[in-house]
Design a protein around this ligand. Structure first.
Ligand code: NAI
Length: 336
């Protein structure tokens, strides 16, 4: 199968070429993002391989159809960037990698929490500058704190388990309750009740119309003063402008983001020689109690191996006319 891989970075090439030894696809790598103006690069391909910030809106999918590409293979779990209705209407198959390493994202979530709490990002710079003062680096014990997990699927349930290991009280909100977590002492509450009780809140739900800007003026008003917010899910779950107001007022004591609503123009690229024109993003970076990573939650050796293998396997199944395990169906269609 001829596969055009968009938004590819050197690490994608490395892991896909290694995994392809088992499949023998023809892989064509492009740094360019998939969007209407780059669709032409995929002419003659049996599949396009896309990532989190590729544009798979109606126009792009129609353009893919027009040049005869029958398959979109996402090399990620989230699919909020795909117009599944258009894909379904045009008979284009969409596959994804639903689970490659939930541990990778869960552990990164905890890394953000602990770094912010114990101010590791600030201590790192201070010590390198010969400044060994502890002033301003006070943290808090995780033990005994109440943490709210929004979305207790693959990633959220691991985060809950890790936090219980620290001695945290774990509250959860999800449209489906996980019985195993409940047996282990996780308590499900309606969202409003959860928001009022937590010291830390962490997002592990998909981006949908219901979760879009879940962190907003109203939800922040319900929370305790000094709440820590962690988002490793999708950027648009947090209204960043409202988060800035919350940081300025002290409502938010710590903010950890691995994702950002407008990350498509920023993340995965070296922009260190350019001027970043996103004033909201730049303002976020000025706060000492904000820690941003560039969508690296998934970025472990194990995850990259699994992503490459499953993506190429999904494509091979299609080529061999075998049942597609990881197809996205119309009833999974979500906007956002
Ligand atoms: P999952 O599908 O296993 O779990 C998602 C959970 O969210 C489910 O239990 C679902 O019932 C729940 N949910 C759905 N709508 C909800 C709502 N309105 N309110 C509360 N809960 C709701 O997904 P998984 O694998 O745990 O991934 C979670 C999210 O993490 C993905 O949607 C993706 O956006 C993000 N992600 C981020 C990565 C990163 O590198 N930062 C990498 C992989 C995923």
């Amino acid at each position: 199968m001829k596969v055009t891989i968009y938004s590819s970075q050197p690490y994608d090439k490395k892991y896909f070429i290694a995994a392809n030894e088992n499949f023998g696809h023809q892989l064509i790598f492009h740094e360019a993002r998939l969007e209407p103006k780059t669709v032409e690069l995929a002419r003659g391909s049996d599949a396009v391989c896309a990532f989190v910030n590729d544009d798979l809106s109606e126009i792009t999918i129609e353009a893919l159809k027009a040049i005869g590409v029958p398959m979109i293979a996402l090399r990620c779990a989230g699919y909020n960037n795909v117009d599944l209705r258009t894909a379904d209407k045009l008979g284009i198959h969409v596959v994804r990698v639903p689970s490659y390493s939930p541990y990778a994202v869960a552990e990164h979530t905890i890394a953000l929490m602990l770094s912010l709490n114990r101010k590791i990002h600030r201590a790192y710079s201070r010590v390198r500058d010969g400044n060994f003062s502890l002033q301003g680096l006070t943290g808090f014990d995780m033990h005994g704190k109440t943490v709210g997990i929004i979305g207790t699927g693959r990633i959220g349930s691991i985060v809950a388990n890790i936090l219980q290991g620290f001695g945290c009280k774990v509250l959860a909100f999800d449209t489906f309750e996980n019985e195993a977590l409940k047996k282990n002492g996780v308590q499900y509450l309606p969202l409003n009740k959860l928001l009022a009780q937590v010291d830390i809140i962490s997002f592990h739900c998909p981006l949908t119309p219901e979760t879009f800007h879940l962190i907003n003026e109203e939800s922040l008003a319900l929370m305790k003063d000094g709440v820590m917010i962690i988002n490793t899910s999708r950027g648009a779950i947090v209204d960043a402008s409202e988060a800035i107001k919350g940081l300025k007022s002290g409502k938010i004591s710590h903010l950890g983001l691995d994702v950002y609503e407008q990350e498509g123009d920023l993340f995965f690229h070296d922009l260190s020689e350019t001027i970043i024109r996103d004033d909201v993003f730049e303002r976020l970076l000025t706060f000492p109690n904000v820690l941003v990573t560039g969508h690296q939650g998934f970025f472990t050796e194990e995850a990259l191996v699994n992503i490459a293998h499953t993506t190429l396997e999904n494509i091979a199944c299609y080529g061999d006319k075998k049942p597609l395990q990881n197809t996205l169906h119309l009833d999974q269609a979500i906007a956002g």
